[in-house]
Design a protein around this ligand. Structure first.
Ligand SMILES: *Cc1c(COP(=O)(O)O)cnc(C)c1O
Length: 426
């Protein structure tokens, strides 16, 4: 369509407004190109991307290795469905399971689908291996979680916007406070129908809440004690985002120095998505060992596109890039630098209260009420100054650039952020 070549930002926004469902509230910027840590709008203005498509583009926009693998496979074989075998899926399955240290993987497409898959797997394990009576399995989840937007997942969300008028809801979930081991133990102790505990290692959407040191390890130990599966949703925190290959990293073969020496918190069920494809294609995965995954039999679960040859090739390339370019190490180092720089700045300003995060998953807390527009206004000003970020909940701004950033670029971004925020001083 020739119309695309002459489209201005205003035109593009008007088209979406008129013809698209209003299920998002985007920043008014229309992007037409991306490369590495940069994106360009249709008028040619260049920006640092500080959202990375919610941590899907960890490997940087249009990484040549990932795009190359995708194009090559797309010209050879795109989809067979799982009615037949293909010559790429098994290779990918071997690679992804050995990378993360699990016996088996169940390939899906989106993060929400992978969470759904993990819940079904956990329930079936609860009946067939733990011996819970039919229809009695419960799964423990955390308050302020974000695991996607399907009917079952929003059933255990406590975000009113995601829930209201989408009932009736799916039963079988118990919600407890995040980062509260006492609440977890009390729930597990009194309830032998619990089959799993679903948790985000850092609550990203909720505003980058980092739990107390040791929380994940102790939660895993409690799960073990009560024969409950520890299910880690690493859709956002995984694939090097937090400075390690996984935020729950322990028993994996990523060979980055921040892995050894950290306590092993190996999930019983690991959920990956987003950067598993470097943002090139929808690729998600559920990983588990045989004693769990083998409860799934032909016909129990599936997806026409899950595990397709393009996804498999893209997944291999995306993980290769993370390893070859030592992105976990880079995220760790730049994350330390980012928080150190902002912690120098924060005492000199009244607009920002604090910075928190791990690796390159960080957020700043704006010194204003949750319903104020300050965070949005700051993001609009950052956009004018060439940096794209988005508020999470009200007065929190998440900063998550691609992990292929270098130190000079990061310092330039810190400068944009601090200069912009200074203009909001009253
Ligand atoms: C983004 C996200 C999901 C959902 O992934 P989609 O691909 O958007 O369905 C699930 N869990 C977490 C922690 C996420 O950040």
């Amino acid at each position: 369509m020739a119309i695309l070549e002459t489209l201005t930002s205003k035109d593009a926004i008007a088209l979406e407004e008129k013809h698209g469902a209003h299920n998002y509230h985007p920043l008014p910027v229309v992007l037409s190109k991306g490369e590495g840590v940069f994106v360009w709008d249709v008028e040619g203005k260049k920006y640092y991307d500080f959202l990375s498509a919610y941590s899907a583009v960890n490997q940087g926009h249009c990484h040549p290795k990932i795009v190359g693998a995708m194009v090559e496979q797309a010209q050879t074989l795109t989809l067979t469905s799982r009615a037949f075998y293909n010559d790429v899926l098994g290779v990918y399955e071997k690679y992804v399971t050995s990378t993360f240290g699990f016996d088996k993987v169940l390939p899906m497409n989106t993060g929400a689908e992978a969470v759904e898959t993990a819940l079904k797997l956990c329930r079936k394990w609860g009946y067939e291996k733990k011996g819970i009576a039919e229809n009695e399995v419960e799964i423990v989840v955390c308050e302020n979680n974000f695991h996607g937007r399907t009917t079952t997942i929003i059933s255990f969300s406590n975000d009113p916007v995601a829930r209201k008028n989408f009932g009736p809801y799916t039963n079988g979930f118990i919600k407890i406070e995040y980062d509260n081991l006492t609440a977890l133990e009390e729930t597990l102790k009194d309830n032998s129908n619990v089959a799993g505990f679903l948790v985000e290692p850092i609550q990203g959407e909720a505003g980058v809440y980092v739990p107390s040191e040791g929380y994940l390890k102790k939660a895993k130990d409690l799960c073990k004690k009560y024969n409950v599966l520890f299910i880690a949703d690493e859709v956002q925190t995984g694939i090097a985002r937090t400075g390690r290959l996984l935020a729950t990293c322990g028993n994996c073969s990523c060979a980055d120095k921040h892995c050894s020496g950290t306590p092993e918190v190996k999930a019983d069920i690991l959920i990956l998505g987003k950067a598993l494809s470097g943002g090139a294609y929808p690729v998600s995965a559920v990983l588990a060992n045989d004693d769990i995954m083998n409860v799934i039999q032909p016909g129990n679960h599936g997806s026409t596109f899950g595990g397709n040859p393009v996804a498999a090739k893209v997944g291999i390339a995306a993980l290769d890039v993370v390893k070859e370019e030592k992105l976990a190490q880079n995220a760790f180092d730049l994350g330390e630098l980012f928080r150190a720089e902002l912690n120098k700045f924060i005492p000199t300003c009244t607009v920002v209260n604090s910075v928190r995060g791990k690796g390159l998953l960080n957020a700043i807390l704006i010194n204003d009420t949750e319903d104020s527009s300050t965070a949005w206004d700051i993001c609009m000003a950052l956009k004018e100054n060439g940096l794209l970020a988005k508020p999470t909940h009200g007065n929190i701004i998440r900063f998550a650039p691609p992990l292929v950033m270098n130190k000079e670029q990061l310092l330039a971004c810190v400068s944009i952020i601090t200069t912009t925020i200074k203009t909001f001083e009253k």
